[in-house]
Design a protein around this ligand. Structure first.
Ligand code: FES
Ligand code: FES
Length: 211
């Protein structure tokens, strides 16, 4: 085997020797993708156009905290937070959303929640992370990044739009319902978020309050 063919990717070598009809499949084009992740500019990286965000995070950004569960948009283990220019935030499933969709956008991943000092040492968990610890909400922890992101998005929404105290339980259920925990720790996740909302000033309001 020549040097050239040894260094050639297997798929390319196979395509070169394939019949003409088999070569009709066009290669996936690349595109440059850059985004802001946890406040830090990442990229540009030349990535396949079909690359999903979770693979971009794992393979290009060096951020492996986001978890790939079902890979089909069902379990929500993989969600990250997309920050919009108007100050709102939303969950996005990184297993079914292409990295190119986030070109020029700002996202947060599980690595961005805890506070770190100048040396990069962890000095404080986020309120959501701390509450999950206090309530022993997780067991294996595989689903936890998704739950942290979902609960964080909910708290940020309630900061803008406080909810009546008696509606907190249903609001938490709506926000976390799509997240699957194979260790079935749902009750402690839900209880932790409920307690955190009720204990955080400004997230709830009394019934009949005009706000
Ligand atoms: S891994 Fe993305 S929704 Fe399950
Ligand atoms: S803690 Fe194991 S999957 Fe949720």
């Amino acid at each position: 085997m020549s040097e050239a063919s040894r260094s050639m990717p297997a798929a390319t070598a196979a395509a070169d020797s394939a019949p003409v009809s088999a070569q009709a499949v066009a290669p996936v084009p690349n595109r440059a993708v850059s985004m802001t992740i946890n406040g830090r500019a990442v990229g540009p990286f030349e990535v396949p156009e079909s690359l999903m965000l979770i693979d971009f995070l794992h393979e290009y950004a060096g951020l492996t905290g986001s978890r790939l569960g079902c890979g089909q948009g069902i379990c929500h283990a993989c969600v990250v937070i997309l920050d919009h220019p108007d100050g709102t935030s939303e969950e996005v499933r990184s297993c079914i959303t292409g990295a190119a969709y986030f070109q020029g956008r700002k996202i947060r991943t599980i690595e961005g929640h805890a506070q770190r000092n100048a040396a990069g040492e962890l000095v404080a968990l986020s309120p959501v992370q701390q509450k999950f610890l206090e309530f022993y909400s997780f067991q294996c922890g595989y689903c936890t990044p998704g739950f942290v992101n979902a609960a964080t998005v909910l708290l940020e929404r309630l900061k803008r739009q406080p909810v009546e105290k008696e509606r907190v339980e249903s609001v938490v259920t709506d926000a976390l319902d799509s997240h699957i925990c194979r260790c079935t720790g749902y009750v402690r996740y839900h209880r932790a978020v409920r307690e955190l909302i009720l204990a955080t000033p400004g997230l709830t309001k009394e019934s009949g309050h005009g706000k």
